[in-house]
Design a protein around this ligand. Structure first.
Ligand code: 8Y7
Length: 276
């Protein structure tokens, strides 16, 4: 399976590692956007050196309970980072659900849109259609402010699959070629622990949709619920979860801890044989 990602082309039998680059204002200095951009660029370069295949740059937290950020603030955070990395020619994904941020990031050199809202915002489909970027369509229920209140599904995997199927159709109808599309069940986005476990257990059903599957489990609260570990001690659980996702057909894992994930996947690939 080939994924078209702007000028990059990924051959998806080899699982890819997406490194998370959060651009948030530095609360310890008054350097403002310049300081946070410099820190994010340095972190991005480190993740690439550790073996990340693609970087996911985001300026608004979508964690449960997070407050929204204005469009201008989000642009001020992410654009200097994408521009600062442009010459290095790393594949960059922009983590946003705002169409104006997508457009500016794509113009600045991003080759993928990672949209937790699956291009449902007015104008989002068109902006991606006009580009040659890849796009990850993720399922969520509710908004970060309220999504963990009372998640309820009759059959979680089938419902999430139905949603992603309809978003794939909408994307193709808008002119986004299938070779540019990915799907993601959206672990933790309006799901209980049981829902998240069912989705991970049945992840191969998502791979059956015929486009690459992205899985984001890194440091998430479901891993805290299982292990009892606080967020800064979920590294081992995150590597285990990434490996399980890849074994069940995920093509890309979105992680904070790139170096250890890359090593775990090297072991998996060695056992699988040469053509993975
Ligand atoms: C995911 C994500 C987050 C995910 C995709 C966190 C932006 C929360 N999680 N994007 N974003 N999939 N595609 O804990 O699971 O990293 S933010």
């Amino acid at each position: 399976m080939i994924l078209q990602c702007g000028k990059f082309q990924f051959d998806c039998p080899r699982p890819l590692v997406m490194g998370i680059v959060n651009v948030t204002p530095d609360s310890f200095s008054d350097g403002g956007h310049h300081a946070s951009a410099a820190a994010a660029i340095a972190h991005a370069r480190l993740l690439i050196a550790q073996g990340a295949d693609i970087l996911d740059v985001g300026g608004e937290s979508t964690r449960p309970g997070a407050a929204p950020v204005s469009q201008q603030e989000e642009l001020d955070r992410v654009l200097p980072v994408i521009e600062g990395l442009r010459d290095a020619a790393f594949p960059i994904s922009i983590d946003t659900y705002k169409p104006a941020v997508m457009r500016a990031a794509l113009d600045a050199g991003a080759c993928m849109v990672n949209d937790v809202n699956a291009l449902q915002a007015e104008g989002a489909l068109e902006i991606v259609a006009q580009s040659d970027a890849a796009v990850c369509l993720m399922h969520k229920r509710g908004d970060p402010q309220n999504m963990q209140q009372r998640p309820d599904y009759a059959e979680v995997t089938s419902e999430v699959l139905d949603f992603l199927r309809s978003r794939l159709q909408a994307a193709e109808a808008a002119g986004i070629a299938r070779s540019r599309l990915l799907v993601d069940p959206g672990f933790g986005f309006g799901k209980s622990l049981e829902h998240n476990l069912a989705l991970l257990r049945e992840l191969s059903r998502f791979a059956d949709l015929g486009v690459p599957v992205l899985a984001g489990l890194s440091r998430k609260s479901m891993l805290g619920a299982i292990t009892g570990q606080s967020v800064e001690h979920r590294g081992a659980a995150s590597v285990a979860a990434a490996l399980i996702a890849v074994q069940r057909g995920a093509s890309i894992v979105r992680v904070h801890d790139v170096s250890v994930t890359v090593d775990a996947l090297k072991v998996w690939r060695a056992v699988q044989g040469t053509n993975q």
